[in-house]
Design a protein around this ligand. Structure first.
Ligand code: KIV
Ligand code: ZN
Length: 526
């Protein structure tokens, strides 16, 4: 008889490692929204951020700790007192919280990044874990770049961290360098050579530089890891992290092989993936495993023939297992709250009453313009519920005039949260260009437009158009998006969202500088 499967904890780091990927930064309300969805998905630990990185990061971790129930909330810290105390303060309101301390251990990092000898690394790691244990019962330690660290030294660091009080030890493949057999060997070595290792939880954290993050994480599970660190859609530094949906579905689909389970409600994977993609602007490749548009599409005649006989001929996962239950049900202006609520639920979204009421109002307004509303329309409404960076600028009015052979003209009237109302009229090469210029003139923020896309959310002549705008400002990339049946309007609102993100991030930078100046805090280089 097979023994009861062990439970593997799912540690989601979308809001920390995921957010570190270029162009993926999220506002505080967006982070709280993603964290709520992750809790509904059933992840065990949510790494909400790196509180010492900036005041904005601290506030986001604190907001998630205060507002999100159901998972352990974790914050990252370097092995120094200031980082750890900041993390502890940010997390203290969460009923279950964890401090995650890390320190690089590989020869390359010791020599070039830290300029520290082996003994100093062990001392600093132990000190970090002890300080964290003094403030929190649940402490995780990560030897950064573990997969490129000398095995014997790695074992010494891990043993010292356990002795100092770490209850989870995470083994990162920080640069995505390892391969499955070698990584399994590393886990087996640690389990054999580290005193106290059976009393703690071993964790794995892989990056995807060589496309092996999921395979390496699975092999670590076979070799004894009982926590997997991953991100939704695999977003993260460089080529990304281990993808949560892929590792979870591999463990589930091949449960008889791995003999482990997770607590993930897999039918929430697809909506969670869409939410993260919509908020970060990181598109999901069509052929992405588990949640890509083509993951359940069968094109070849032979395959279609097989599928008609029995789905198991060419399908190892069912769309409904991951929450992709598209219906042909159409809603319209006569659909009531009940029907709308049922559809939102069937699409895998949980909205509180306030959010539901707002989305329902938007649904009614849209149904006045558009005869039939499909799943894609409803998904777009829900995803936009809190998605946009709210304020400080809002659009009061937009008028555009365009004739062939003469410049188009746009008039925009904007209101700022401080009460100012500003109106500007400008000309441009088409109504969208004119509207963008009018917003720049009104707000005083001039950007370099890098990319502008519009695509239909659903099919049909009256389909809604989603506009996505990418700009560069002060060497950073900002993104905004909006959906409307009128593409000039969606483009203008997407551009305004970009301007709002810039203003919000500038306000964050200012308060960070003020805080740093006042406290004269010298961050240690560790
Ligand atoms: O990749 C890495 O090493 C990390 C650590 C901080 C766990 O993200
Ligand atoms: Zn990482």
């Amino acid at each position: 008889m097979t023994p009861n499967p062990d439970r593997v904890l799912i540690f989601d780091t979308t809001l920390r490692d995921g957010e570190q990927s270029p162009g993926c930064s999220m506002t505080q309300p967006e982070k709280v929204r993603v964290a709520r969805q992750l809790a509904e998905l059933g992840v065990d630990v949510i790494e909400a951020g790196f509180p010492a990185a900036s005041r904005g990061d601290w506030e986001s971790v604190n907001a998630v700790a205060r507002e999100v129930q159901g998972a352990t909330i974790c914050g990252l810290a370097r092995c120094n007192r200031e980082d750890i105390e900041l993390a502890a303060r940010a997390l203290r309101d969460a009923p279950r919280h964890r401090i995650h301390v890390f320190l690089a251990t590989s020869a390359i990092h010791r020599q070039y990044k830290l300029n520290m000898a082996q003994e100093e690394i062990i001392r600093t790691a132990v000190e970090g874990v002890r300080i964290a244990r003094g403030l929190c019962d649940d402490v995780e330690f990560s030897p950064e770049d573990a997969s490129r660290t000398e095995l014997e030294f790695l074992a010494q660091v891990v043993e010292a961290a356990i002795e100092a009080g770490a209850s989870t030890v995470n083994i990162p493949d920080t640069v995505g360098y390892t391969v499955p057999d070698e990584f399994a060997e590393l886990f087996r070595y640690l389990r054999k050579n580290v005193r106290g290792i059976d009393g703690i939880r071993l964790s794995v954290h892989c990056h995807d530089d060589l496309g092996m993050a999921v395979a390496n994480s699975l092999t670590a599970v076979v070799a004894g890891a009982r926590q997997v660190e991953c991100t939704i859609n695999g977003i993260g530094e460089r080529a990304g992290n281990c993808s949560l949906e892929e590792v979870v579905m591999a463990l589930k689909t091949r449960e008889a092989f791995f003999n482990v389970t997770t607590g993930i409600q897999t039918n929430r994977l697809y909506p969670t993936s869409r939410l993260v993609s919509s908020i970060t602007g990181m598109p999901i490749p069509r052929n992405k495993a588990v949640v890509g548009e083509n993951a359940f599409a069968h094109e070849a005649g032979i395959h279609q023939h097989g599928m008609l006989k029995h789905h198991s001929t060419y399908e190892i996962l069912r769309p409904e297992d991951v929450g992709l239950s598209r219906s042909h049900l159409v809603l319209g202006k006569h659909s009531g709250r009940h029907a709308f609520r049922d559809r939102v639920k069937a699409l895998g979204f949980e909205l509180d009453e306030l959010e539901f009421n707002r989305v329902f109002e938007e649904f009614k307004a849209l149904a006045d313009k558009k005869k039939e509303l499909f799943d894609g329309d409803i998904e777009a409404l829900v995803l936009r519920a809190e998605g946009s960076a709210s304020g400080p600028w809002s659009l009061l009015d937009l008028q555009t005039v365009a004739h062939s052979n003469v410049p188009a003209q746009a008039v925009v009237r904007l209101q700022h949260a401080d009460g100012r109302v500003v109106e500007r009229t400008t000309e441009g090469d088409g109504p969208v260009d004119a509207a963008f210029k009018a917003i720049e003139a009104a707000t005083g923020i001039n950007v370099i437009l890098r990319k502008f896309e519009v695509h239909g959310v659903t099919e049909g002549e009256d389909a809604q158009g989603e506009a996505v705008v990418y700009v560069e400002y002060n060497q950073r990339t900002y993104r905004g998006s909006s959906v409307s049946t009128n593409i000039v309007e969606s483009s203008t609102k997407a551009f305004l969202e970009v301007i709002n993100r810039i203003e919000l991030s500038q306000a964050g930078t200012r308060s960070r500088d003020e805080r740093a100046g006042a406290a004269r805090v010298a961050q240690t280089a560790v």
